[in-house]
Design a protein around this ligand. Structure first.
Ligand code: ZN
Length: 340
């Protein structure tokens, strides 16, 4: 059983002892699926997620350069995302604010929220970060230079924008609302600062949601969902806070035909944006995050926080698996409940 709460999204393990302990204690579990995949397939008509378009949207973000807070690329990319959301959402909210980094530096932070079916009381929150890490601290070269973040930012944004377009084209029931939160300043954290030096944009939003008393039935966070051979196990905090949601999404992945990506192994506990959403605003929220289990890169893929996080590691098949799974989840949720 994993008792460690050692958390490592964007960071490295808190201490070496826990690293060894965590890996040792979790490896036993990782061979044992937490729950076997559902046998049945839920039939629901969904739009067809276009991975070519999503791939192009990652390339577009990368073309701005690293989207580091306080740089021209931050403003350019925010303006582009705003235009894209405007085309497909009913309402757009922009939070143009300042947050304080772990070293005390003042950082501009731009959160964008696109709302579909604003009047519906049943709602799903979809979120991802869009900023690039300012350092390549897991690389062997140019560690002080920012990364392009094709996967660790670009992929999540691209999938959510294409899902929003699909919903626009393929009428969603007006009884289900979708809120797309593209949050900034997730990856400006350092292990030697403090755990909550990460996810600053989401922390701001969770304390100051775009509408008063905001509520969603559940939330789904995407992080690093574009690399070849991605593996999405059952991340620990997601299981702890939102096990039902996690099972629902993994079951949807099975129904959509992507169980080879969404496995039922227990993943580590990742301090990511979903933790703030669960703890601060109490929306049960899960994390879909690539954890192929490489001990050398702290369970993440080898390109994590290196300059290899560029277009060369992006695979349309992974984008398709995640996008189609989200659409399956959304259109299943929109279906009227079966009468007993
Ligand atoms: Zn990161």
């Amino acid at each position: 059983m994993c008792v460690s709460r050692t958390s490592f999204k964007g960071a490295i393990y808190v201490c070496t002892f826990f690293t060894v302990f965590f890996i040792t204690s979790c490896n036993n579990n990782s061979n044992t699926p937490a729950k076997l995949p559902e046998e049945h397939t839920v039939k629901v008509n969904t739009p067809d997620f276009n991975a070519d378009v999503a791939y192009g949207d990652i390339a577009k973000q990368v073309s701005f350069g690293p989207r580091v807070p306080g740089t021209p690329a931050q403003k350019l990319c925010a303006a582009w995302m705003q235009e894209e959301l405007k085309k497909v959402c009913d309402t757009i909210y922009i939070q143009n604010v300042h947050v304080t980094a772990g070293d005390g530096k003042d950082l501009p932070c731009i959160n964008l929220i696109g709302v579909i079916n604003p009047k519906a009381s049943k709602r799903i929150l979809l979120l991802t970060h869009w900023d690039s890490r300012p350092w390549a601290d897991m690389d062997v070269a140019d560690q002080d230079k920012p990364i392009l973040a094709a996967d660790d930012a670009g992929s999540g944004v691209a999938v959510l924008l294409e899902v929003a377009r699909n919903i626009k084209e393929y009428k969603l029931s007006p009884t289900l609302g979708i809120d797309i939160l593209l949050e900034d300043v997730e990856d400006y954290g350092k292990n030697e600062w403090k755990e909550d030096s990460y996810c600053l944009g989401t922390q701001y939003w969770a304390h100051h949601p775009h509408v008063a008393n905001y509520k969603a039935d559940f939330g789904i966070l995407l992080d690093m969902v574009g690399a070849a051979n991605a593996q999405f196990p059952l991340e620990g905090y997601s299981t702890e806070y939102a096990s039902d949601v996690q099972q629902k999404v993994w079951s949807a992945a099975n129904s959509a035909g992507y169980s080879s990506y969404f496995n039922y192994n227990r993943g580590g506990y990742i301090t990511d944006d979903h933790v703030s959403v669960n703890r601060i605003i109490n929306i049960p929220t899960i994390d879909i995050i690539n954890l192929p289990g490489n001990p050398q890169s702290h369970e993440f893929a080898p390109h994590w926080h290196t300059h290899q996080d560029n277009m060369s590691i992006i695979d349309k098949n992974t984008l398709k698996a995640v996008g189609q799974t989200l659409l399956q989840t959304i259109y299943e949720t929109a279906q009227p409940a079966p009468t007993p």
